[in-house]
Every structure is written in C-alpha cells, then in structure tokens.
Ligand binder design. Sequence first.
Ligand code: GAP
Length: 501
Amino acid sequence: MLDLKKIISHSKEYGFIFPSSEIYDGLSAIYDYGPFGVELKNNIKNYWWKSMVQENENIVGLDSSIFMHPRIWKASGHVDAFSDPLVDNKDSKKRYRADTLIEDHVIKIQKKIDKEILKGEKRFGDDFNNEKFQQTNTKIIKYNKEIKAIKQKLNSSLQQDNLIGLSELIDQLDIKCPISGTNNWTDVRKFNLMFDTQLGAISDVASKLYLRPETAQGIFVNFLNVQKSARKKIPFGIAQIGKAFRNEIVARQFIFRMREFEQMEMQFFVKPGDEIKWYSFWKQQRMEWHKKLNLQLGEYQFHDHQNLAHYANAACDIEFNFPIGFKELEGIHSRTNYDLSQHQIFSKKKLSYYDTEIQESYLPYVVETSVGLDRLFLSILCGSLVEEPVNNEKRIVLKIPPFLSPISVAVLPLIKKDGLSNKARSIFNYLRSKFRCQFEDKDSIGKRYRRQDAIGTPICLTIDHDTISDDMVTLRNRDTMLQERVAIKNLPKIIRGKLDI
Ligand code: GAP
C-alpha cells in the first residue's frame, strides 16, 4: 500500500481532495472534494443508500436537519459526556489528547519489541522461532509487561473518567512533548467536542445551538414520525446520510479524522431481547458489504469492544488496514433503548411502540451501524491506488471498483485532425446520457491513458482512422491494459457489463 503522503499528493494533483481554504493557508482538518472526489463520494453514497434502503424492504430513509433543539444533546448525554481528555504543553503551547499521548508511548515500546525481533531473525536465520523468541527474550518480556500495565491503567482511568489517573500516567512514563521536548504539562482536563453557535440575534444560553456531532439523534427523535408515516412494523430501520461536526483535538491523518465530516448511519429498531441476534446479523452484514467492494489491498478485521459505553450491551468496530495501520472504519453498536428512553424523559412525549403481534407497548431496542463516508472514501483510495512498472516506467493507477469510478468511460480521438475529433464527439454524445463520460483530445494518447488510469477510469475508447470506415473503436481495459476492437453499436451493452456491481 502507498504511504499516506503519496495518497494525499495524488488526491490533490488529480482533483479528488483539496485542503479547505488553501489560499488562506488552509483550515486544520477540514477538506474540500474536487471534481473527481465529489463524483467518487456521490457514487459511494449511492451504493450505500442502494444497499441499505432500496434493497432492504424494512429500512427507510431520512434527512434530518443539522441544527436540532439543544435539549436533544442534553438528553443524549453529549453535553455532559461527549468529551476527550486534553492536556497542554506549557512550553510549546501545543494541545494533545492525553490518551493519544499515552498510546503513542505504547507504540514506541512496541517498536522496541519489533527491533529485538529483527535482531533475533538476523541472528538465528532459518531457525528463528518468533513465538519462542518472544516468550524467552528478557527484554521483550519486560516491554510486554510494561505495555500491559500501561494499557490497564489507561483503560481504567478512561472508564472511570479519572483525569488525575491520566495525569499521573503521563508523569510516571515521563512523556515529553514532541515539539518542545519537555514534560511541562498542565493537568488533564475535559474538552467537549461539540461546536456551538447562536440561534437568532439574541445571545443567551437558551438560544445556544450545537452542530450535530452524529446523525443518529435526528433518527431517534423522528422515530415515531417515521414509523407511523411509513407504516413500519418492528423490526425496521431508519437510514440517514449527513454532515457531522466534532472539534477534534488531534486532527491529523488527512480525511481520517476531520472536524467536518459525513456519516452514513442506520438505526435498526427491534423488540427488547432480540437485540443481540440483530447485532450479530448486522455485524456480519456490514463486514460482507465492505469485503464485497473487493479492493486490491483491502484488509479488514473486527475489534470487539471490551469496555462498553454505559448504554451499550455489545459493540464492535470494523477496522481497515490504512497506511497508518488497522483503524476504525465503521462502528456497530447495540445501544439498548437508552436514546429513546432519554428522549422520552427529556421531551415528556411517549415514544413507545405498540406491537400488535404480542399486544404490548414497549420502547424498542436499537442496533446501530455507523460508517464515516470520508473514512470509507479514504479506505477505497488507499486500497485501490497502486504504482506498477510498465515498459521500464512506472504507472500510477487507481484500481477502484469500476461501478464507483468518477468517470466510467473516456472517449479519446487518437489525433484531433482527419475528422477523428468529430467522430469521437458523436460517440461521446451518444454515450454521455447513459454513462459518466469524459471527452479528451489534448496530449498524446499515452499521456491521456495515464491520466485516466490515475483517476480510475475503467474504460478508455480510442477513435482512430479505421473507426471512420468500420464504425469500431479500441476499448482499453484500465487494469490489464489489454485492448479489443468493438463495434460502436454494441458499446452500451459492453460497458454496462463491465460496470456491473
Ligand atoms: N452514532 C455513533 C457514532 O457516531 P462514532 O464511532 O463516534 O459513532 C461513527 O462514529 C463513525 O464515524 C466512525 O466509525 C468513523 O468512520 C466516523 N467518524 C467519527 N469521527 C470522525 C472524524 N472526526 N472524522 C471522520 N470520520 C469520523
């Protein structure tokens, strides 16, 4: 897999992603999608929507607003508890997430272990037994013990909201600021991740609004509206795609962690007691969905949560192997009836559902699937962008699933002259209403092929002198670079076949 730097520069050069407000030196962790980025993003959205809403009879859509009544965030727990532990270095004035500082320290110890293993491999050659080596090497044993103790203290401090415990751990490990190199830290304190703003002209507490940090709450507060208007019976789901905002303390790693991002969430409402069955169902379904993308370099794993949030009775992440290692791509959570019951208490409105089958009213339990659209976009880029040798040169090619490609078909006259451009234009006009097409007649055909490879166009059609007489074009395959001669009249059928999901 290419490293993140390469992915970032490719994204900018080929019009996928630009740093926001770049001519004003950018805005940290905010990005804009360029001409090919927006196409790819829309295609990913449509694919998710199609597989969640259109292909599931018992899931319907919603588009709720970003601004909601501020009491919603009190009820959901976001006002009091949606925070990260933050710490400042007094010398560099840099702000860090305390848990991330500690995790980075653990990574450093892990690197020492990897170094010892490398030494062992060199020393023992073919006789090297990794497992035995790790069990007997005194240094590795010591490092592993250290890691275990740090993780235990970190997890228990996080779970108990023990900020003093985190401060002690930073002191005890003598963690230094990467910028100033000093350990001159403030106390660890809580930092709420929600952005706020004012409603109307009068600035008082009552008019304070939050930019939603997740789309899920818009679904919960509309639960009965949707259930009644769509005449749905439990079990059923509500899906939504939309922007979310979080004032992340550590906002690096490109579009992996942004302050303004998009989520694709689905809340599945079930009968109490059925939630673990549905949790397992959606856990498998979502993993299969990701794997079906069939990325060139797509590696996924589950990470089952050991420390559950107080309202959850099961939770896991689907992790993708990004260039920065395995990281969360999607979360699947069994959220019990916590959200609905909180909204029932805070709004004083009944949100229970009458189940005609058992003739009983209850507050449904909820299984949530929540994937970040931008993170999914990044996983698809990282898993598809490859550099490969061609005739003593390198070509960079985005081997993206063809149905997601920003451009499906590039129409390329071999040269501009001899009527080839006009012929190519007529083919382009014939195809453009059916597929996402691009017409290009500048530069040599080789350069144009490379440019289309770089943006992931699966099909290039070349119009040459023979086309004028035989009404056939050369169809070039992005991945194999093989070329075949096909009749213009057969193009729609052939292209459709190649773009089929
Ligand atoms: N409603 C549940 C929820 O919001 P989450 O684990 O906080 O759960 C769900 O977020 C998904 O949203 C994550 O798995 C990730 O893909 C995406 N996400 C969260 N924070 C993000 C950020 N700052 N930038 C980009 N994507 C983010």
